[in-house]
Write a protein that binds this ligand. Structure first.
Ligand SMILES: [Mg+2]
Length: 235
């Protein structure tokens, strides 16, 4: 990373779950390294502010785990974006309709799946019942079509979010804004939803860094969360 920083203005976009923290059985069960928030702040300073967290979680949810964030952040797959100084970037998105939430709640209850309702979407978590994957994905696709939403597939999770919200659009929005403007962006992430971020960075002269192993648009690979921390010099 030191070499990358010497190379010119670099921006880093970081996924959260599976990238900065290990995945857990349930989203609330993650264990966050106590020094992580402070380390991210330090990293942002090294990058002259060109650091953003880009997560599927809402910003509120991220702050419940990390405390108040003093770095740029995109939550809900880019549906909500905030700069480091706290100012909101882009339009505030609509929440998900109550009708959608109640249909999902019924489905989740019947299939023993965990429903997570978010400020800008909802997620069905089936880590404890992995054989329900096909049913959960099919149901989410049907709901998305009926209500004009978009489906995001992840590791043992299927999510419904507003159309157009994705990690690539979040990267582009930050990159049009100071202090990101004109820098070379890199996106670090582990999941399928991070591919949009990898592609956006590649198009802007940077690249993707995949956490883990699978087919990916990312040119670089880090093995796991510990390697991310080490590479970013967070530990
Ligand atoms: Mg992830």
């Amino acid at each position: 990373m030191a070499a990358l920083l010497r190379d010119g203005a670099t921006a880093l976009f970081l996924d959260f779950d599976g990238t900065l923290v290990d995945l857990a059985a349930k989203p609330d069960a993650i264990e966050v390294h106590p020094g992580l928030a402070l380390a991210l702040k330090g990293l942002a300073q090294r990058l002259d502010g060109r650091l953003a967290l880009v997560s599927g979680r809402s910003i509120d949810d991220l702050e419940q785990h990390l405390g108040p964030l003093s770095v740029a952040v995109a939550g809900s797959h880019g549906a909500e974006k905030r700069l480091a100084d706290g100012s909101v970037l882009g339009a505030k998105p609509d929440g998900i309709e109550t009708a959608v939430t109640s249909e999902l709640a019924t489905f989740a209850l019947t299939h023993n799946i965990d429903l997570e309702t978010k400020s800008h979407g909802a997620a069905l978590h089936y880590r404890s019942v992995p054989d329900k994957e096909d049913e959960a994905r099919a149901f989410a696709a049907q709901i998305a079509q009926t209500h004009g939403l978009e489906v995001k597939l992840g590791k043992c999770v299927v999510e419904l979010v507003a159309r157009g919200a994705n990690k690539g659009s979040a990267v582009r929005a930050f990159m049009e804004t100071k202090p990101f403007l004109g820098s070379r962006p890199f996106f670090i992430g582990d999941d399928v939803t991070d591919e949009d971020g990898f592609a956006a960075c590649a198009k802007l002269g940077g690249d993707g860094i995949l956490v883990g192993t699978r087919e990916s648009k990312a040119r670089y690979v880090l093995k796991g969360v510990a390697d991310v921390h080490q590479w970013l010099e967070l530990v």
